[in-house]
Design a binder for this molecule. Structure first.
Ligand SMILES: [Zn+2]
Length: 431
């Protein structure tokens, strides 16, 4: 393997330095370094390769929406070197066999590490625990378990899952949605849903589950991760749980940091546009403010995309029938720049912590989320924060096009991504 030197990169936004990569590792960080090949990085910020805790790759079963191959291409273009693939595939990833299949597909695609998430209950049915131990012991070494898309609403099952994962240092990632309170729910419950006549999705449906699960996690002394926080109240509950010293972590999606429920009523793409239909729903400006502040102060540990590809026919239909979800891998860093960096809430070191180090730690993913220093695996993203471009999903690697940012100008551009020293993206293009 030839050595590569990245010249004049601003590591975590700091002073320019060279990064020498050899044999998949960062060999040296310094000045005046040389290697077999040179990648110029003047003006670019170097971040540890991004890690996503929450990606829907849709394979097996919904290869019309995404495959491991297309999803990991999108991930690399977004600056990611590792993604956690959610379990709500067809069949569900609830056995060692299915998680190993997804893990192997990731290895074959080779552009980004794929760590499967295991289902908590058999078939996401919410009735019987899946074979958590077998998935943890499998070649995929599953550490994150989630019925995402559905809530583990049964308190006894949730308690058992939390107890079970302690044996292998796993974590239960809860999709917090009280099912009875959200029956038929179409969007955030509030003034806008009232005006539009759409069934509301109350904040309390999320907050009640988070409060319960924090108490359960404390009771059994286990680790809880809360998926896609979307309300101010959820932030307050997680802040309270952390103040008690409980082992609770939380994520927020890029879209919940930028978009609000009034887009359903009035947006550049009209009203009732299902591009804005997502689970949990877009909330209010006050919620967005609280989420940004919580991500800045560390109450929310990380950004997770909840990349949720859907084919055109499932999104371009009437609101009530449309699928919930947005793609996000290829815009995540730009959205975080706009919502968090340009508002002065986070610097690049903060972005690195919340988009790489923290998610790697929560997922117990070795080799990712490490500082850019000698001896670490060379998982690196080079990013140009001065770029600005109009979002055009026509050029995206994802198989799906359901981005809410089409036509919107976003800052920043991923210029290069290195996975263990091998460039997966150069000059903004897949290698
Ligand atoms: Zn979810």
């Amino acid at each position: 393997m030839k050595s590569i030197v990245i010249k004049d990169a601003k590591i975590l936004g700091g002073a320019p330095a060279d990064i020498l990569i050899r044999d998949g590792l960062i060999a040296e960080v310094g000045h005046g370094l040389s290697g077999d090949e040179t990648v110029g990085a003047r003006g670019l910020v170097a971040l540890p390769g991004l890690v996503d805790l929450h990606t829907h790759l849709r394979e097996p079963g919904r290869e019309d929406a995404e495959t491991v191959e297309t999803g990991t291409r999108a991930a690399a273009l977004g600056g990611y070197t590792a993604v956690h693939a959610m379990a709500n595939t067809e069949p569900v990833a609830d056995t060692a066999g299915v998680v190993e299949q997804v893990w192997r597909l990731g290895q074959e695609a080779g552009r980004c590490d794929v760590r499967p998430v295991g289902a908590v209950t058999v078939g996401l049915g919410g009735e019987r625990l899946a074979e958590l131990g077998a998935m943890a012991d499998s070649a995929a070494r599953v550490r994150v378990f989630s019925d995402d898309g559905r809530c583990v609403s049964d308190a006894v099952l949730m308690r058992r899952a939390l107890e079970y994962v302690k044996a292998f240092d796993g974590v239960v990632a809860q999709h917090a949605q009280e099912p009875r309170l959200t029956e038929g729910a179409q969007m955030n419950e509030g003034a806008v849903s009232g005006r539009l006549g759409l069934t509301g999705w109350p904040a309390v449906a999320e907050e009640a589950i988070i409060a319960r699960d924090c108490l359960l996690a404390a009771h059994v002394g286990s680790r809880l991760h809360v998926c896609h926080l979307s309300t101010q109240g959820s932030v307050e509950i997680v802040r309270w749980a952390k103040s008690k010293g409980w082992d609770v972590t939380a994520e927020v999606t890029p879209h919940h940091l930028l978009l609000t429920d009034d887009l359903v009523e009035d947006s550049p793409v009209g009203s009732y546009n299902p591009i804005y239909k997502v689970n949990p729903p877009l909330r209010t400006h006050a919620d967005v403010r609280a989420l940004r502040e919580a991500l800045a102060d560390g109450t929310i540990d990380c950004v997770a995309t909840d990349h949720a590809p859907h084919p055109v026919e499932d999104k371009e239909t009437e609101w009530a029938a449309a699928a919930m979800g947005m793609i996000g891998l290829e815009t995540a860093l730009s959205v975080v720049q706009e919502a968090m960096v340009e508002t002065g809430l986070l610097d690049w070191a903060g972005v690195a912590e919340r988009m790489s180090c923290a998610p790697a730690r929560i997922g117990r993913l070795e080799g990712h989320g490490r500082p850019i220093e000698a001896g670490a695996p060379a998982n690196i993203t080079l990013y140009d924060p001065s770029a600005r471009a109009e979002v055009d999903p026509a050029g995206y690697a994802s198989k799906s096009r359901n981005t809410p940012y089409q036509g919107r100008t976003l800052p920043g551009r991923v210029v290069a991504t290195f996975l263990r020293g091998r460039p997966t993206v150069l000059d903004g293009k897949l290698t």
